[in-house]
Each structure stands twice: as C-alpha cells, then as structure tokens.
Design a protein around this ligand. Structure first.
Ligand code: FE2
Length: 302
C-alpha cells in the first residue's frame, strides 16, 4: 500500500477492492484550521472556494492525495475508497464534514447540480417516518443495488456518500457490488435487450422534469461492461424489457458477492459509478431512528 504522511491507508476489511483511508488527528487539526477561513455560504455560493478547500487538503500531502484518489477510482480492480477521520472529535462536526466532502470531491472532478437539493451537494435524513416518493428515505425497506444519475443528462462518473450523523440506528448497512464480482454479469451483459434504449424518468421529489433514454449496459474503452441502472426509474416499453429488468433485479439482489459493511459516522464511500453498484440493508425499526447523509455526484476532470 502507498504511504501518505498524515493518513493511514490499508485494504478495507470487507474487500480487497476497497481502500480504507483514515485521516489522522494532526491532519484533521491542520485542515480544521484552514477550513475555518470559509463558511458554508462561501462554499455554496462561490464554486472557486470549493477548489480552495480542496487545495488545502492536497497541499498537506504534497499533492499526492489527489493523484492517489484518482488512480483508485479509475482502476477497474479497485474503483472505491472509504475515507474519514480516524477519530470523531468536536472538530469533526457536520460543517467540517461538508467541507471535507467538498474538498475530497474537488480533487476528483466537478460535482453535478443536485436537483433534489438545488446545489452541488444534498444533505438528507432517513427517519422512522417517511412520506417521500422514492426508496431513498424508506428506512425499513431494502434499498436495492443501483447506480446514480440514471435519470439525468449529466455524466455521473463517481459518487460520494458521507454519513454525517446517526442516532438509534441498527441495520442500514452499506451494500456494494463490483460488476466483475457479479455471477450473472456475463449473461446479462450479453443479452441484447440490455443494450436497447430504455426510458428513464423520476418521481416528483427529484425535481427533474425530463426523461432520458439509454441502455442498461455499455462498454468501457477496453470493452469491459459498465452499467447504469436503478430499479425504480426505468419505464419498460414492452414485456421483453419488463422481463429483462426483473431478471436483472433478481440477479443483482441474489448475488452472493455483495459486500455489506457498516460505514462509520464521519466517513464517506466514494466509488466509480459505472462498475460499482450500491444499496442499503433495511434498518431495524425504532421510532427515534435518525441518520443524516450527504451525497455528491459528478464527473472526472478530463
Ligand atoms: Fe444511490
């Protein structure tokens, strides 16, 4: 494993494909001091400020971190890292975590506008009660494996999911599946229906007022499979497409090679969105359940 001063880097205990990056206390202190020069309004209103906080982070590592994070995400063998403070302190509060997430993503690429939140990132809660129109906030239902950005025009090369805080939580583990570990990948990738255009739309809360068309599977530059899929949003045009999607959904959820892991508070999963799928197990019922998440999706720098 590569060594970067101020960080502890190892393979994640759940998978050889996931790199675990812990930010040491002394690094967090330096970052916290530098981040305090900007408030969240500056970060939200001035896109260049986001690059300034990213540069603070990269400068602490002699610009090694940005190169390393990009290498991980583009490498088909890995494509995913989990990053977060080694220890949670009063310095690593929610504001700090928004700034840290902003800094990390701006070493990778430019974030897409998140229509649900109206800015480049979205913060949202999962709670006991939910009246929303998508699975995202339904605590007691499995959030099936999917990729992000399936129903928008923006290129979505990567995504970050940060756990800001949680209370009274049991269950709700992160579920990840790499296409190359999936038993049914060859069969479904080679099914001609998977290369047909599907229509993708989204419910009202997503604030996207158009539909897009694209296939479920496509090839990367080396001819390897890539996927853009979520169970809730394709509109099958006929029985053949409907049956294909049902088969795909069953095969994904039935995989024995899913990685199920508990993301620590303050940590983020960052993954390549074309060969990693993500989901969440159901939470255990609790009236006082509360989890706050942050998400950012975007494209790589050219
Ligand atoms: Fe997602």
């Amino acid at each position: 494993m590569i060594k970067i001063s101020g960080f502890k880097i190892s393979k994640h205990h759940s998978s050889n494909r996931i790199v675990n990056i812990q930010i040491e206390d002394k690094t967090l202190e330096k970052l916290s001091e530098k981040f305090s020069r900007f408030d969240l309004t500056a970060i939200e209103y001035k896109p260049f400020t986001r690059f300034t906080v990213a540069k603070y982070l990269d400068d602490l590592t002699n610009n090694e971190l940005s190169k390393y994070l990009n290498d991980i995400l583009r490498d088909r063998k890995t494509g995913c890292f989990i990053i977060g403070p080694e220890k949670i302190t009063n310095k690593t509060d929610d504001i700090f975590l928004v700034k840290l997430s902003t800094a990390i993503t701006h070493l990778i690429g430019t974030p897409n506008h998140d229509s649900m939140a109206g800015k480049f990132y979205a913060r949202f809660f999962v709670k006991h009660e939910d009246k929303s129109d998508s699975y995202l906030r339904k605590a007691y239902i499995n959030l099936d494996l999917h990729t992000d950005g399936t129903y928008v025009k923006d290129v979505t090369d990567w995504l970050m999911m940060t756990k800001i805080e949680e209370k009274n939580v049991k269950g709700g583990e992160s579920v990840m599946l790499h296409l190359d570990d999936w038993e049914s990948c060859d069969e479904l990738f080679n099914d001609p229906v998977g290369r047909e255009n599907f229509i993708w739309s989204s419910p009202k809360s997503k604030n996207v007022d158009y539909k897009v068309e694209h296939p479920v599977f496509f090839k990367d530059n080396n001819g390897l499979p890539q996927i853009s899929y979520i169970d809730q949003f394709p509109e099958p045009k006929n029985m053949k497409q409907g049956q294909f999607l049902q088969k795909l959904s069953n095969a994904l959820e039935g995989s024995k090679n899913k990685i199920i892991t508990k993301l620590p508070v303050g940590s983020a999963i960052v993954a390549n969105n074309y060969f990693w799928l993500h989901g969440r197990t159901p939470f255990k019922e609790n009236q006082a359940l509360s989890r706050e998440l942050l998400r950012i999706r975007g494209k790589f720098f050219d």
